[in-house]
Write a protein that binds this ligand. Sequence first.
Ligand SMILES: Nc1nc2c(ncn2[C@@H]2O[C@H](COP(=O)(O)OP(=O)(O)OP(=O)(O)O)[C@@H](O)[C@H]2O)c(=O)[nH]1
Ligand SMILES: [Mg+2]
Length: 305
Amino acid sequence: MEKEGIWQRWMQGMGKMKEEVKEHFSQLWTKKEVQEKDWEELEELLIQTDMGPALAMEIVEDFREFKKSSRESSWQEWLYQKLLSLLEGNDPSLFATAKEGELKAIILSGVNGVGKTTVAGKLAFLFNNQGERACLIAADTFRAAAMEQLEIWAQRAKCHYFKGTEGADPGAVVFDGINYARRQGNTLVIIDTAGRSHVNRNLLAELEKVVRVTKKLIVPSNLESILVVDALAGQNAFLQAQSLLPVADLSGIILTKWDSQAKGGIVFRIKGEFDLPIKYLGVGEGIEDLVPFDSEEFVKAIIYD
Ligand SMILES: Nc1nc2c(ncn2[C@@H]2O[C@H](COP(=O)(O)OP(=O)(O)OP(=O)(O)O)[C@@H](O)[C@H]2O)c(=O)[nH]1
Ligand SMILES: [Mg+2]
């Protein structure tokens, strides 16, 4: 695949929305007399990209100031810098400060059907290709089918796999799985958890236990707790992050289904409100359809495409 244009292709879903927003910026930039309702319309459009009302207001206010003070640079350049600044410090790498020679772990959590198991398989493939020896742990013990699904991913990724019995306590499975991986000489475990509603207390307590058990066996620098979010979930994605952040002690986010009709603004909202880095984007159902989140490429594709 050519690197050129890849981001544009992944972001095709943003198409119509993105064009409308940019058209508005362009019109307001050239207009001599801007009515209050024009600014409000822009704000409304920005909210529709899922970036949240606070950020939409901030951008409109800043843009108004900029229009007053400068006729030099273009609105595109201004918006590019503005959006990029909102993602400042977003480090997409996993295990940036990991201890060499110590087992690493990734816990994947999220609501039903967002793509956790798929991400588990993609990450195992990715890290194995980078020389790690990954083991997938099936901590989704609710359904036998869920464990089988992960096993298929383990075969695709050509990595080790560990499962408990159906209905077993996920915390106990994780305990056994991590010890198994140590014995096998794995360098990385990827823990696939069951989908859970972000408002179900029992299920949240269960996830909390999985994280607690993992922390007992893995040094802090070698643990990544990742929330998997469906990029199409909009406002709901924000609520999911809000509720799982304290429970799972999250260290980052992976946004899936980016190849569908994602509107994009959610990236800025999650980064802004929780200061959680966006690590990867899921861009399809294939094993290689996972890309590290590149802020510059992302913003460039929004503004200049
Ligand atoms: N188009 C697209 N589909 C995806 C992506 N990631 C996952 N899917 C699809 O989404 C569906 C659900 O994926 P799973 O990985 O089973 O989701 P899950 O979060 O493990 O689901 P539960 O375990 O039931 O909560 C599957 O049909 C996947 O193929 C993506 O990046 N793009
Ligand atoms: Mg699953």
